[in-house]
Design a protein around this ligand. Structure first.
Ligand code: G16
Length: 544
């Protein structure tokens, strides 16, 4: 091809994908040839693009549009047969996963740093999803990384930008570019799973909802489905226009970063139901009037009630949760007589279980829930499943939670994050603790006796691959638990995550403030791990 340029390059240090793709400061990604190198490394790692089909889209953050043009030109130069792109290069992560599956594409590239803030001084990210629609597995991300360390050239088509604002097909060299409406295929999928009629009736009966799209990618999806299709009053979806800097906010649906929604939901005239989604639409936070549902509890409630939605009426094959996620869902699985799986943090670990039909629902404490309908977690899906359940059960969110805890007991749960701490000290803390694990069982701290302590190692039941060092677990005799690990999604220093859990089934004690109910576990974590000493902080930055 005459327009193809082969540009010599040299490896750039540090292009190793983390928990979910490569996330870096936007300025770093924008500095050529950073994006070119990583893109070519993906193309090389998957054995080239000749004759293949890929999906491309992102969460609309700053540089999304320009990065999409570069990737498109590189894909054409690498002889891709077809590129399916979301209009204006926008696609939520679950919508991208769906498109890969529906169109039987060979994979996809998603431009997102998820819940991390966006803008020239904030974060950018990029990840590769495979033909099952799910995030690349560890062996593939390792191949991509290896390619980044030996790359010596990339290929790019020399041409003006392509117009991605209009739906339709066009030809770029030998590659067909199909720009698609970002919402319609995803909306059609949701209709196959949920009782839209029942939700429409619920909303028509005056059940009120407020959904915060946090100026990120889900605005158009939520408007089309909730307001236009299901008839929620206009304005039910807040911050619905995707902005490159997410309005200066931090598009992470938790009580700290979605504070405005929390204020609305805890006010006297609060709507019946509230929810927020993150930058790329895969995370969610569920709220009722005056009620916050932890992601771990949300997974458990969805598992217990999913059969009320048409898509799951045959019941669940199994439930999977990431290791740090509370064990509330395990209790539901036990009662339902289905398997419960415990995987490392990272949605990619659910892929094999979903593909093998071993799990139907999956969830993570980091505000992700999803099912086998796609191979990503899915914020709007979680909202619709909740609404479907509320429409059938005709109870408030608070009543559903109270009923759930009365039936299964309550796993009090909280995650404490120490963000941007010194990386060397944080790693030292984990290493020091790892070395002491063998001596901990039998020790009593804060009235809690340590039963077991280990560094979680996962053996995948489908392909038997082993992923060691996935987080420190300290298990107490009364079922309480502390988990410590370093985040794999941050871009500055290290983020220490301390996950705290305590089980309670005394009917009188099911309504405590989680931080108070967890107080002995929180104090034990400090005494065991010396968090203040290693982080130099007296309190966490975020408590979920
Ligand atoms: C990503 C992963 C999730 C993970 C989360 C937090 O979510 O897809 O599986 O739970 O990061 O990971 P970490 O604790 O390592 O920061 P997202 O929404 O950021 O893509």
């Amino acid at each position: 091809m005459t327009n193809v340029k082969t540009v010599p390059t040299t490896p750039i240090h540090g292009q190793r994908p983390g928990t979910s793709g490569l996330r870096k400061k936007t300025a770093e990604f924008m500095r050529p040839p950073y994006l070119n190198n990583f893109t070519q490394a993906i193309f090389n790692a998957v054995g080239g693009l000749t004759g293949k089909t890929l999906v491309l889209g992102g969460d609309g953050r700053f540089f999304n549009d320009k990065a999409a043009q570069i990737i498109l030109k590189m894909a054409a130069a690498n002889r891709l047969a077809k590129l399916i792109v979301g209009q204006n290069s926008l696609l939520s992560t679950p919508a991208a996963s769906n498109l890969i599956r529906q169109r039987k594409a060979d994979g996809g590239i998603i431009l997102s740093a998820s819940h991390n803030p966006g803008g020239p001084d904030e974060d950018f990210g990029m990840k590769y999803n495979m033909s099952n629609g799910g995030p690349a597995t560890e062996n593939v991300t390792e191949c991509i990384f290896q390619e980044t360390t030996s790359i010596n050239a990339f290929q790019i088509f020399d041409m003006p930008d392509v117009d991605l604002s209009k739906v339709g097909k066009q030809q770029v060299g030998e590659m067909e570019v199909e720009v698609i409406d970002s919402v319609v295929d995803y909306q059609a999928l949701m209709k196959t799973l949920f009782d839209f009629e029942a939700i429409r009736d619920l909303l028509a009966d005056g059940f009120t909802i407020t959904i915060d799209a946090m100026h990120a990618v889900t605005g158009p999806y939520a408007k089309a489905i909730l307001e236009i299709d299901l008839g929620a009053p206009k304005g039910s979806v807040l911050n619905a226009v995707p902005l490159p800097d997410f309005g200066g906010g931090h598009p992470d649906p938790n009580p700290v970063w979605a504070k405005d929604l929390m204020t609305i939901m805890f006010a006297g005239d609060a709507p019946d139901f509230g929810a927020a989604m993150d930058g790329d639409g895969d995370r969610n936070m569920i709220l009722g009037r005056g009620t916050y549902v932890t992601p771990s509890d949300s997974l458990a409630v969805l598992a217990a009630n999913a059969h009320l939605a048409p898509g799951y009426k045959r019941g669940l094959a199994g439930v999977a949760r990431s290791m740090p996620t509370s064990r509330a869902a395990d209790r539901v699985a036990e009662k339902l007589g289905i398997d419960a799986f415990e995987t490392p943090t990272g949605w990619k670990f659910f892929g094999n279980l979903l593909d093998a039909g071993k799990a139907t629902l999956c969830g993570e404490e980091s505000a992700g829930t999803g099912s086998d309908h796609v191979r990503e977690k899915d914020g709007l899906w979680a909202i619709l499943l909740w609404l479907n359940i509320l429409a059938v059960r005709k109870k408030s969110v608070a009543q559903i939670m109270a009923g759930h805890w009365a039936e299964f007991g309550r796993n009090y749960y909280s995650r404490h994050d120490y963000e941007g701490v010194d990386e060397i000290r944080a790693k030292e803390m984990i290493l020091t603790l790892s070395r002491r694990l063998r001596d901990l069982p039998g020790t009593e701290i804060e009235g809690l006796i340590i039963e077991d302590a280990d560094n979680f190692s996962y053996s995948d039941p489908v392909d038997q691959s082993v992923s060691p060092n996935q987080g420190i677990r300290i298990l107490f005799e009364d079922g309480s638990r502390i988990v410590l690990r370093l985040s794999g999604t941050g871009t500055v220093g290290a983020t220490l995550r301390v996950y705290l859990e305590r089980y309670e089934n005394n009917a009188e004690l099911l309504n405590q403030d989680p931080q108070l109910a967890l107080a002995p576990v929180i104090r034990a974590a400090e005494q065991i791990a010396h968090i203040q000493n290693y982080t130099g902080r007296t309190a966490p930055d975020v408590k979920t």
